[in-house]
Design a protein around this ligand. Structure first.
Ligand code: 6R9
Length: 650
């Protein structure tokens, strides 16, 4: 993708002032340690100051070593001595329209009671807790209660299957699972407890299951293992639990994310560095004013929810909207109706959600007064320029800057984005603009040299930053190999990027085998593994196909084992099988039965060939130049062969 023609840009984006931004950015990089130390001191409450700002033993960064703090204290307790005590932390709304309002004082009380419950069940700094809850206030409460005790938690998105849940509980060695009887999504109930029961059959190390009553479903409660949240809270002895004074490098959470190998890996985030980073970036990017209502319409099960629904906004004493359901249910203007009703000033959502809204045309948002909006954000995928323009004009009324925020689960917080707080650069639809302060980003080509203007390359980060992952849980080797081996000494993000003649960064999607389906990250190999675990499947290759709504949809090529027939019935069965193994979002939309898959001489699947065929072969020219492991002729032949097989299969 190249920069859109200047003439297509909204002229209004040019009226925002260009100012101190570059100066501030440049100065921050001259001495990142001093810069981050100042940021950490000004914004975070420390029980004890650090002895060392940064211990950088490439690729392991330890931030604020020797410093002591508690995330729950910073997000809750410290607001009680300020005018924020009675300020709303969350306006919560259920999909059915039920509402709850939690002030910081309420949050304090809930977090303490629940921390006390966990403590009574033996949760300590040495334990791990899995959280599988819908988008209800108990989800941030549970996260903060764990953080209070120093128990690393892992939140599993409620759209994941029992197998995915079990894998995560086992890999993280969790001793406690926190779940609910069910949750609402698009008018249906997701039976979270039933899914948990299935998962627990393969997760024998979980001693306690705490169940929150949300839907009043009839659920099985296993004696001695399963406990009702409400009973525990009603019977707990303590109303206050002293926040643990934790080492800055103490792990705060693990978050599983798909990568280039089969099983999702647990990304580990620490305490002091992570909190400093999400706190600072929330200010720079969203420029919150004390009376603002902010709404990040993401799921907390995604890193965006961790950083920008829970830890960033709460550490700043902000007021957020927390919504349980989907944005177009029960009416297609639900999102806009809520923006109007709550007077939302800052809205942060994803291109896939916006494309979903655009389907309904311009009329639904036009029914609502959206004048409260001041800043609009986007995250999760590259935002297509036409979606950007729709967001800018139809939602922002041409007044609100759009912050297109590029980052990853690994980076903990936003790395590249415009910054209304520090000085807004002129915006270009589809470009995330420039790195935030303290972030030294560069685009490298295949030779590891800086890419030229408009030359596509790989985005890398050259200096450590406080939000970066600490490691992959129990797998330092993989951490080194995935992020630090392609270009020695710099962080490799796995995304393509181009810089235009004004130096703007244009993030162009993944350079590896990671898909983004409706903003959710999935590995092709993860889906292939799920397919191959079916008794009828010998081999499979999965690729993403461009999709107007979802960004990418999943296409699978499958070779069946001898004795099995490639039928419609099998196709349905395989879809169901993947759904069970990973979750509904991983279900392949197209399955093509083939007799062979394109392979290089070393036996690797020619992934670009698979992708080109899945996408209708428009760019075979590109494929031949891009495939590293085979000759042009081999690739051309492979494309034709696979195409033929797909056609005859149809
Ligand atoms: C926060 C989040 C990370 C991947 C990342 C990239 C894509 C995210 C983007 C974007 C272009 C943006 N991505 N934001 N691409 N512009 N503004 O999404 O984390 O789920 O780990 O995904 O998402 O490809 O590498 P995660």
């Amino acid at each position: 993708m190249s920069a859109p023609d200047e003439n297509t840009l909204p002229t209004t984006s040019r009226i925002f002032p260009v100012n101190r931004y570059f100066d501030f950015q440049r100065r921050s990089l001259e001495n990142i340690e001093e810069f981050w130390a100042k940021t950490a001191k000004e914004n975070i409450t420390w029980f004890k100051t650090w002895d060392k700002i940064l211990d950088w033993n490439i690729p392991f960064a330890k931030w604020f070593v020797g410093g002591k703090l508690n995330v729950s204290y910073n997000c809750v307790d410290r607001h009680l001595d300020s005018p924020n005590r009675n300020k709303v932390a969350y306006y919560w709304e259920g999909e059915k329209g039920d509402t709850r309002t939690l002030s910081y004082q309420d949050l304090f009380s809930e977090v303490n009671k629940f921390a006390s419950v966990l403590k009574e069940l033996g949760v300590t700094q040495k334990k791990r807790v899995t959280i599988y809850l819908p988008m209800i206030p108990e989800l941030p409460v549970a996260m903060l209660a764990c953080a209070r005790l120093g128990a690393a938690f892992t939140v599993v998105f409620s759209g994941f299957s029992s197998q995915a849940l079990s894998d995560r509980m086992n890999d993280s060695e969790s001793s406690v699972l926190i779940t609910a009887d069910g949750g609402y999504r698009r008018g249906k109930i997701i039976p979270l407890k039933t899914i948990s029961d299935e998962a627990l059959e393969d997760s024998p190390k979980v001693d306690h299951v705490i169940v929150y009553k949300r839907t009043n479903e009839n659920v099985q409660m296993k004696q001695g293992r399963d406990l009702w949240w409400s009973d525990l809270v009603a019977n707990t002895k303590n109303e206050f639990v002293k926040p643990e004074e934790l080492e800055s490098t103490h792990p705060l959470y693990l978050l599983y994310s798909s990568g280039t190998t089969g099983k999702p890996k647990a990304i580990v985030h620490g305490t002091g560095g992570y909190l400093t980073y999400v706190n600072a970036t929330t200010q720079w990017v969203f420029d919150p004013k004390p009376s603002d209502v902010y709404w990040c319409a993401a799921d907390i099960g995604w890193v965006t929810g961790h950083s920008y629904i829970v830890f960033g906004p709460l550490s700043l004493g902000m007021t957020s909207v927390l919504y349980e359901g989907v944005p177009d249910y029960p009416q297609n203007d639900r999102l806009w109706e809520m923006v109007e009703r709550y007077g939302v000033n800052i809205l942060y959502t994803s291109p896939t959600a916006l494309r979903g809204m655009m389907r309904y045309g311009d009329e639904p948002p036009s029914r609502h007064d959206l004048h409260s909006l001041r800043i609009l954000g986007s995250v999760g995928e590259p935002i297509n320029p036409h979606v950007w323009l729709w967001y800018f004009h139809n939602i922002g009324g041409g007044r609100c800057p759009i912050v297109d925020t590029w980052w990853q689960t690994e980076t903990g917080g936003i790395l590249i984005s415009a910054s209304p707080r520090l000085g807004l650069v002129p915006l270009k639809p589809g470009s995330a603009t420039f790195p935030l302060p303290g972030i030294e980003a560069e685009v490298l080509n295949d030779d590891g040299k800086p890419a030229k203007t408009n030359e596509k390359g790989y985005i890398v980060i050259k200096q450590p930053w406080p939000g970066m992952l600490q490691t992959l849980y129990h797998d330092e080797e993989r951490y080194r190999q995935v992020y630090w081996s392609k270009f020695p000494g710099v962080y490799y993000a796995g995304d393509y990027c181009v810089r235009d003649d004004e130096g703007y960064f244009w993030l162009l999607g993944r350079a590896d085998e990671v898909l983004k389906v409706s903003g959710h990250r999935l590995g092709t190999i993860e889906i292939e593994d799920a397919l191959v675990s079916h008794p009828a499947v010998a081999e499979s290759a999965v690729a993403g196909k461009a999709d107007e709504l979802k960004g990418e949809r999943i296409v699978a090529f499958v070779i069946v084992k001898a004795g099995h027939k490639p039928t419609e019935e099998l196709s349905r069965e395989l879809r169901e099988h993947v759904r069970k193994a990973i979750g509904p979002l991983a279900t392949p939309e197209e399955i093509h039965f083939v007799k062979s898959l394109p392979k290089t001489r070393s036996g690797k699947i020619m992934r670009r060939v698979v992708k080109a065929v899945a996408n209708g072969m428009q760019n075979v020219g590109d494929v031949t130049t891009l495939e590293d492991q085979a000759s042009v002729e081999e690739v051309k032949r492979a494309v034709l062969e696979l195409e033929e097989q797909v056609k005859s299969g149809d």
